[in-house]
Design a protein around this ligand. Sequence first.
Ligand code: TRP
Length: 462
Amino acid sequence: MSPASGIGSPRQSLHGQWSSRLAFILAVTGSAVGLGNVWRFPYIVGDNGGGAFVLVYLACVLAIGLPLMMSEILVGRRGRRNPVMAMSLLAQEEGSSRHWGLVGLMGVLAGFIILSFYSVIAGWSVAYVFASGAGRFSGADAAQVGSLFEGLTSSWATIGFWHTLFMVMTVMVVARGVEKGLERAVRILVPALVGIMLILLIYAITSGGFGDGVRFLFQPDFSQLSGASVLVALGQAFFTLSLGMGAIMAYGAYLPEGTSIGSTAITVVIADTAIAILAGLVIFPIVFANGLETAQGPGLIFLTLPLAFGNMTGGLVFGTLFFILLTFAAWTSAIGLIEPAVAWMVERLKLTRAQAAVSAGGVIWLLGFATVFSFNLLADVQFGAGTIFDNADYLTNNLMLPLGGLFITLFAGWVLSARVTRDELALAGEGRYRLWRFLTRWVAPLAVVAVFLNAIGLLRLT
Ligand code: TRP
């Protein structure tokens, strides 16, 4: 009996497959490595007090992120269709409710909202390619870099333009179904991005602020940690690994049988985490060396990195290249964010890929203007988590992704039978399988619930 023959004959895939395990790893890495590592990780670490937050983040990545990534891949590969239909089908095969598909639907929605602000930030990265290329960082001090950023974000037309450009780039690739080319590029782009970050690291080490930066990142001060920031750390673990919304599930649907899910997930998690830490090691020394605040919010990398590029040899070339590579990293992630929606629209609503990509992209593009205006026209509209952008970010990263992740982990741990998951994961050794199942059934769900309760103050852990 073939491993996918839950209901009789081997399951027909609704779409093609990755050519190899490497192709799959590249695709998942391309989705995971993006603004989450380079832009969001440093800025929320800065906003949440440093070391203790980083420690909680790492614990969430290991105990919840890694097993959940395995669960998403296995559900996708077993179901062989988009997340909505995969979860609903597998649930029915196990004699459970087809309404599990709603979890996939929430993921589609989360992807829409995330991409709407993600594209705006990616647009800033595109703008900085040109700013760097034009030599606008050369010899700049903190005040000049600040006014450059202010000048960009205060004009809704300017950032709206870059946001539009980035959405067009994303929709074009998805509509034409040529993601494979971009994924192959990940093989060169991610190492190149790491290369420039290592050059930046050398600059950071010699900047005079390295000791302070390292202490800020790695010396935990638990008095800085609130229940609210534990939830932010959990949300960042989901966001940076692209988990909790079915994106990895959508990718898993294309994974050939017989590739090891465990080692694939470990590879991606290590690479993603290493790049985030590297970003932190670059940013915070620059912050301290220039006497800046750690809590600068979403502008942090745009206010610090130009100082490094503007004052190092070859900075014009490295700076321009860096923002080009960051844009590429964001691009491969943006494609992953829209993929669950497009796959679902194609397989369920029977649209063509182009129709699905253009209509989903159009809605997301419009929605993006709420974020565009959050930095200028509507900057004074503050409620809940802050600006409209802050609320979109909070709603998705701190609520929808952890909630989606909770349901997916419950699904993989409790709805799917051990026979199915053991067979699909095919881990080397029963001990590893037991560990995965224990983390999936108990640790991950209880941790997510505890973090939620703690954040709303019902449970006082901190
Ligand atoms: N992981 C991406 C990043 O760090 C962002 C992201 C979140 C994502 N969810 C996703 C990307 C789903 C692709 C698919 O930048």
